[in-house]
Structures are given as C-alpha cells and as structure tokens.
Design a protein around this ligand. Sequence first.
Ligand code: GDP
Ligand code: IMO
Ligand code: MG
Length: 415
Amino acid sequence: MAPAVAVIGAQWGDEAKGKIVHFLSREADFCVRFNGGPNAGHTVVDGYGEARLHQIPAGALHPQCLGVLAHGMVLDPWALQEEFSALKAQGRPEPKIFISERIHLILPYHRLREEKEGMADKLGTTRKGVGPAYMDRVGRRGLRLLDLGNEEYLREKVYSEGQYLGKIEPETIIADLLHFRREFENRVGDAQVLLAQALSAGKRVVFEGAQGTMLDVDFGTYPYVTSSTTTVHGIPVGAGVWPEFSAVIGVAKAYATRVGAGPFPTEDHTGLGEKLREAGREYGATTGRPRRCGWLDLVALRYAQKVNGFTHLALTKLDVLSGFSEIRVAVAYRVRGRRVEEFPAAPWELAQAEPVYEVLPGWKRGIQGVRDFEDLPREAKEYVRFVEEALSVPVALIGTGREAEALIVSWEPWS
Ligand code: GDP
Ligand code: IMO
Ligand code: MG
C-alpha cells in the first residue's frame, strides 16, 4: 500500500490535528495541506516553544519533511510571511515548503468583503478572507499565484475592486505581491505533479486536514461551516492525487468544542463547559476567541466516521478530563420526543436535538504526559475502550498533554 496517511478533524475543528500531524511527520517525506487557509490554527509544542501554524503544514517543522501547500487551499501571502517570521523568532530552522502555482490568493479586499457581507458576524468566521476567496474561485474571478507572472492581469484584478479602493492601496498590494513572487519563486510550481511522483516513488506523505468534519461545506452543519471540503474527500480535490491510504486518522478531542456560531448539541451551560474551557485552555489558536465546550458527541462522531471511513482514531486531550467526577457522552439525540441515532442533516432538527447521555465514571489522578496506556487510571482506560467500541475504530493515539511527546502510541504508523 502507498504510505499515505490522512489526518482529518472528526469534530468542529481544533481537535489537535497539528500535534498528531507533527508526530506522524517525524518520519515522513511530505506533509500536505489541501484545504482552508489562514483560518486554521494548528499548535505544536516542542523544544522551541509553541508554534502556531496557519498555512505552513505542521510536518514542515521537521527538517526532512517538505510542506506542500496544494491548490485546494487559499493563500494569504502576507500572513504566510508573518508566519515564517514568527517561527524564525522562536529560533527554528526555516521550514521547507512548496506552493501550488494554482493556489488562489486571499487579498485584503476579501477580508473587507467578509465584514461587509455580514459573514463574519452571522457565522462567526475567523475574518481571514477565506470565504470570499473561495467564492471568487468558484465565481471564476479569483487571482491565482501563477497570475502574478502577468502584471497587467494582476493590475486589472486589483483595480477591479473599485468599491474597496478607498480602503486599500492598490499600488502597495501590487508591489507586495510582486515582491512575494520574487521571494518565493523557487518554492512555487506544479504541486500535483510533485505529489503524484512522490506517491508513485513510495515516499511517505501525510495529508493534514484543516477544520473538521462538522465544518465541511457539504457534510457539516451548513450554513454554519467553512468554505472548503475538510473531510477526506478534500484530498483528491484539493491535492489532485488519490492515494490508497494506509491510514485515515480521525482526530477527536475526548470532549467537544466549537468556535463560532451554529448548532452544537452537547454544549454545556451548567458550568462544566466552563471548567472544560479552563482545563483545556480552550481559546482559539487563530482568533483567541473562547471556544464553546461540551461533552463528546457520539452521534456526530459516528457520522464523521461514516463520512470519512476512519481506520484509526486519535483521541486527544484526555488529560483535560482528569478531576471530573462523571463524564458524559451523548449516545443519541432526542428530537421532538423521538430518539434519533443518526446525525440530522437539517439544521432546524439539529437545533432541536437534545443529547441522550450515558454517564461514565471519571478519575481524579492527573495523567499529564503519560505515554503508556497501562499507566492510565482504570476509568480512563474504560473511557477509551468505550469510545473505541462505540465507533468500532481502534484508538491508535491518545493525547495526554500539550507537549509533542505527551502521547500514548499503540500503533506503528509506517509499518
Ligand atoms: P488543531 O487546529 O486541530 O491543530 O488544534 P489547535 O492547535 O487549534 O487546538 C488544540 C489545542 O490543544 C492546542 O492548544 C494544543 O497545544 C493543545 N493540545 C494538543 N494535544 C493536547 C493534549 O493531548 N492535551 C492537552 N491538554 N492539550 C493538548
Ligand atoms: P483548525 O484547522 C475551528 C470556523 C469558524 C466559523 C466557521 C467559518 O484550527 O481546526 P471561516 O473563517 O472558515 O469562514 O469560518 O468555521 N473555523 C474553525 N473552527 N478550527 C478551525 O480550524 C476553523 N476554521 C474555521 O469559527 O465558525
Ligand atoms: Mg485550530
């Protein structure tokens, strides 16, 4: 089998995909982002400190791993340069990246449009211009990275945003973009060909999903979603390759969070949600917004499993549950008095869904940094087994802390 591994958010984003991707990329040749853009915030905590990655693939923190920004992403060139600077300021070696020439660009007027059209307030978006840039792509009026090679076309595009010209300085934008093109010239090209060749040569490739299944533009809680395909289906579309995956890993927190608007059946308003937020430091890596918190939702997770066909689960942030006397898990919903086992596609049904909880015993002892499953308290082991059985998917990785090494690994990724 081709050594390709997909890492996909199984919930509403921020499942700790960054940490899992970083772990899997220790021995990988390529790490590929295929969807989203600077709306993503993937955190890795290692010897250099806390890296917050937005557009640079998390695997590229390893010197041997080439980070690929495939055409399914939307790229903010200014934000990318800032990201490089932030990593450099931590004393890290410069990550090696390669960007698809077909990638669509986010320009300053995309952010203005996101505000003006009310998307930011109504949906609680990340205000990074991601939605409007994807809209321009399907509207067939976007600007791609390769278009920077045609200065006349570039000028025409930027000046065509007449209504925003009072707020943006077109000549500065054009000059910045031309500078970006020169600076990154050797790191831009046909990423599809690169990946297709890498896969046929048997190279190890990690695909790094951004956002999560419930934020997928088709499979998520539409319209409270992002504008890209965040599920495993985004890989062929967004990277242009269709590998036979040796693993499709669904990343799920041991509880649930959501940032921004939209239905979230297991959100807790009793004070325990707040306790989870503090224990899990649940504040957005991109926007700093407090995340809404609640319990693990097996209805949503079973749905994510069906959509993506996960072969393995990574259950992250298990340490955050230490100290809770009871742990709730939603095993079904009640909608207008009726028990529902399947995740409803209609938002009005989802908005009425009341979780049916099963209550599991908690554990007191802290488990931060535990690396051996046998060292977990009995109740924590039982919790993991409960999730495994409910989904019929093995839990291959368990997160026990923020640090890169705080991970229980019961699986050999590249064997
Ligand atoms: P991503 O977007 O899926 O990559 O996740 P984020 O980086 O946005 O959010 C995950 C947060 O949890 C980050 O602050 C991580 O440093 C932190 N984190 C990751 N794994 C663990 C874990 O196992 N335990 C704890 N306590 N924190 C973790
Ligand atoms: P990572 O990759 C969590 C949410 C926003 C908003 C909706 C649409 O770190 O898991 P957008 O700016 O994409 O148009 O916003 O999607 N959202 C995320 N939530 N994690 C993310 O990324 C997210 N990216 C977007 O909060 O509700
Ligand atoms: Mg995040």
